[in-house]
Design a protein around this ligand. Structure first.
Ligand SMILES: *[C@@H]1O[C@H](CO)[C@@H](O)[C@H](O)[C@H]1NC(C)=O
Length: 310
């Protein structure tokens, strides 16, 4: 019985790893798909696979800003002309296992078993998507699941990662996929679409305050993290709130720019707070023209952060 369960777990883990490797391998292929956005097709289906994109300085824009990266965060090695990935190890692109803690999160004692396995199968890190499993406290206590990890659990997860030489990357969604937040009546007023709990209305000042508080609590728990993932994929219904419609009306209907304004402001907050590098999924970015992306960056000379699409 126990053997059977163990075998099953091993199979599931292998699948997870294969998926992670595939994701990184398909990078070159998708690079060509990063074409100009057809404005009418913003919500059309993009390529299925999600890809992580790093937010960091671009050499071109950096020379305008004359800005130096915080020294404690080393630049990933860059080979000129090579297909470089934002997260790299000496062996090539980092292989990261994404643990989405939605729904049925593993217990710490299970992580004790699987982290060595991840490591022995060649993984370089673990992307920990907390959802409601983080022990949110203070004015965010309502967000924590009754089964949430304790602070001690998180300390243990961190030391397990260290022990197994796995880079731990926390993930907190800051835009879409906020069902676990927006399902609470207290936050109904922050929804982009009244009837749906997925996405945040980026124009409401309470929205930014809320995700900043969430990110801050999680970052405080991960002072050694070098990377922080802010999700930002599949922001369903963006543009549908009255606030967004008003904004779009006076901004040529540019949903891409609207997305970037929120994403970049959060990325800036995160990097400035602790010098980490920010990662986000690229499905939304792939629908935005490079010109729009550059435009948003250039408008904010105080910002050292530039979306760098690999
Ligand atoms: C929540 O509490 C934190 C810490 O006390 C505080 O900095 C923050 O402003 C509060 N947020 C809101 C929305 O009241």
């Amino acid at each position: 019985m126990a053997m059977k369960r163990l075998a099953l777990r091993a199979v599931v883990l292998c699948l997870v790893l294969v998926a992670a490797v595939k994701l990184l391998e398909s990078r070159t292929e998708r690079k060509q798909k990063l074409a100009i956005m057809d404005p009418g097709s913003f919500w059309h289906q993009g390529p299925k696979v999600k890809e992580a994109v790093t937010v960091h300085k671009s050499e071109v824009i950096n020379s305008f800003l004359n800005w130096a990266q915080t020294p404690e965060v080393p630049d990933p090695p860059v080979e000129k002309g090579a297909d470089t990935a934002p997260l790299e190890t000496s062996k090539g692109p980092a292989r990261i296992v994404h643990l989405d803690l939605k729904g049925a999160a593993p217990k710490v004692k299970y992580m004790k078993q699987i982290f060595p396995l991840f490591s022995s199968l060649g993984a370089d890190g673990v992307l920990l998507e907390y959802e409601d499993m983080f022990p949110y406290h203070g004015n965010l206590t309502i967000l924590r699941s009754p089964y949430a990890y304790s602070m001690e659990d998180i300390e243990e997860i961190k030391s397990l990662a260290k022990l197994n030489k796995l880079e731990l990357i926390p993930l907190v969604q800051v835009f879409g996929h906020l069902e676990f937040v927006l399902k609470h009546e207290r936050y109904f007023h922050l929804r982009e679409v009244r009837a749906f709990p997925n996405s945040l209305n980026p124009h409401h000042p309470g929205s930014v305050a809320l995700v900043k508080d969430m990110v801050s609590q999680v970052m405080d728990c991960h002072p050694d993290a070098r990377w922080f993932h802010m999700g930002a994929d599949e922001v369903r219904g963006l543009g549908e709130s009255q606030d967004s419609k008003n904004w779009l009306h006076s901004n040529k209907g540019d949903v891409g720019k609207m997305f970037l304004n929120h994403a970049v402001s959060l990325a800036r907050f995160i990097t400035e707070r602790s010098g980490v590098r920010v990662i986000l999924w690229d499905d939304m970015l792939r629908k935005i023209s490079p010109a729009t992306i550059k435009g948003v960056m250039m408008r904010s000379p105080s910002s050292p952060n530039v979306l760098w699409i690999d």
